[in-house]
Design a protein around this ligand. Sequence first.
Ligand code: UD1
Length: 432
Amino acid sequence: MDKLEIIGKPPGMPGTGLVGTLPIRGAKNAALPIQCAALLGSGLTRLRHVPKLTDVSTMNRLLREVGCAVEVIADTDGRTVEIDPRGVAQGSLEAPYEMVKTMRASVTVMGPLLARYGRARVSLPGGCAIGARPIDQHLKGLQALGAKVTLEHGYVDLEAKRLTGGRFLFDKVTVGGTQNVMMAAALAKGHTTLENVAREPEVEELALFLNKMGAQISGAGTPTIEIDGVDELSGIDHAILPDRIEAGTFAVAAAITRGDVLLEHAPVDHMHAIIDTLVAAGAECRVEAGGLRVIGPERLRPFDVVTRPHPGFPTDMQAQIMVLATMADGASVIRETIFENRFMHVPELNRLGANIVVNGNTAVVRGPTKYSGTTVMATDLRASASLVLAGLVARGTTEVRRVYHIDRGYEAIEARLCPLGAQMSRYHGGGA
Ligand code: UD1
């Protein structure tokens, strides 16, 4: 297993800040559902600016498994992925346990397979590191469109000759659930109204993509989505939007190192809650023609954050913003309301010297921390990003193990941060 070694630079000494320009890659959470949506097309879809991440490769593997021809073409700013679904009718129409357990977003093939091929079989995800994460809302929504759902042997089987439009109110705001049901409704017969939907930019991006394929969807980005089902969708050419979470993570890196970094192509319109928090902490955030420039202050102020569905503060930035809080002068309070078990980075940050006390879904963070490097274990994708951030400002060497978690969502993080002045190396075959 790979490990990362970071030689930290405690802020305050000359030359410790990250400085330079960092181009932001395509968004993982936009790419994954759009890869699934390619299943709905009658021909080849070409996706550009696809980030080079293991989750994206896992999704390509799953698409091949269900019968797609998938070609990955390397280019300079990410990759181009061509997905041809024309062989799917003869495929297994199944997302097996091995795939779903590695990447929960695999369940997003369910809606497209069902709508286009009349059948889908998907392993139930089970627990994952950051909480229970059930898919009841996905299934209820698809049932509202006429799907017959059977649960057996840890798998869910769905069937419908042709889905029919309907009205569905989500009990809980879910990004994946909204995307799954919206994709299914795009090919259903008649009109569908989806209420209490997720408003994340990646839902809007998927609706935009589907409309380019020929779907008739309105309201994405608001709490209600209206869909007029169509008979056919075509394969298209599409560029993936830049990643707001990657941009947010690197913005924190700039802020805590007292750096000055231009996050090229950062999708600032989707980052209000993140930018507001950085500004509350005292970082300077300038929206420039090329992207978002973040300048770290001499002294960071404490702040409070509550994670919420978009446009609230994203749960996927909670671990990283906690590192910002640890560097602030005073007490910050961070409350997690989306996932029930998303503080696994806390014991590891505390091993590096942080003072974070967790009570239920609330973390009280007292700073400023003088991090001192040691060996830490990555537990999930965003938790591991927080350990890299802490390592950047720690005295001595921080060794982050189980780097495969980081590679799920950040493209070669060391190759991105080193040109800005970070000292990081990857070693292959480190301990578990
Ligand atoms: C997506 C993102 C993930 C992000 C999350 C919340 C992708 C590939 N992943 O995950 O990075 O952290 O949104 O912004 O886009 N829930 C139910 N029943 C359901 C579905 C969800 O109770 O049927 C609950 C979940 O357990 C969780 C909450 O709803 O507590 C939000 O989950 P959801 O929005 O579905 O997250 P994902 O789509 O899995």
